[in-house]
Design a protein around this ligand. Sequence first.
Ligand code: AMP
Length: 333
Amino acid sequence: MEALLKRYDLDRLAVATIASHTALQILRAAKGRGFRTLAVARPSSAWFYRRFQFIDEVWEADLSNFRPVAERLAENNAVLIPHGSYVEYVGWRQALEAPVPTFGVRRLVEIEADQYRKMDLLRRAGIPTPRSYSPDEVDGPVIVKLFGAKGGRGYFFAKNREELLERLKGVNEPHIIQEYVFGVPAYYHYFASPIYGRVELFGMDVRYESNVDGRTFGLAEPTFVVVANFPLVLRESLLPAVQKYGEAFADAVREALGEEMKGPYSLESIIRDDLSIVVFEFSGRIVAGTNVYMGVGSPYSVLYFDRPMDMGERIAHELELARDRGRLEDVVS
Ligand code: AMP
């Protein structure tokens, strides 16, 4: 990436992302900070992104063959901001190899794709996680996660070992069996800044999920398809633990990958009634829940800056400082 960045015309630095997920938030903020903005869209949704003046160019592309798109982005001096839909449309293998500077730590997409490695990294950080079991060890309610599960489908529950063994009969795919943790979900948004040398607790959200939050009256199987997000603030007494886990995650990434954590990421948790926090997932890039603060900024962002910022603005701010200080290679991979 360093060699690629050397060829960049920094006066024409562009911010690019895939037109979905958090693209509006990212590109609105980038334009506001004076960057050129590029959206790479699937043909079905390109028209929507053309409605917005803060997007300079909307390209239509076949994302299943990403290399030529990445090459064209690099020719356009673009830094790519990865998000959940990017990883989903392009696939982690292509994302890992795309020849374009990518904001954050791109090797995390490979770890995220594997439930075992994902949980391993969290445990390595010393963050409390749900117990994992083999079927014989199960002594209470469990959630079973199929590796191929997408968008909140493909999980199921069992009340006890007997029910689990019965339900596992039809399952041939790789999966993990996890303790079902009782409590409320809370998703934390962090930003690791190489420029300021700190991890910022930037915001949090809770998801609105179709068949668990919907009016199903116990008639439908629970699914976790995310439809929307709500903003969230926590009891202040919980914040030190949330900050500690965020920093521990960044330390674990450095230890495991030999690379500084950088950019937005998220820890996804359940908080029990004894106020203990159990983290069942991480996302090594911007999460869609940050959209709840688009244009208004999160309440936690004012603790670091003298005005509210959304995560898109935070990314653009870091990029701007990195460019001006000759440190772009510290914020991309
Ligand atoms: P995910 O797709 O991994 O974000 O998980 C979907 C939903 O499943 C989350 O929003 C949680 O509400 C729930 N969930 C996942 N793992 C657990 C667990 N071990 N215990 C309780 N709830 C969980």
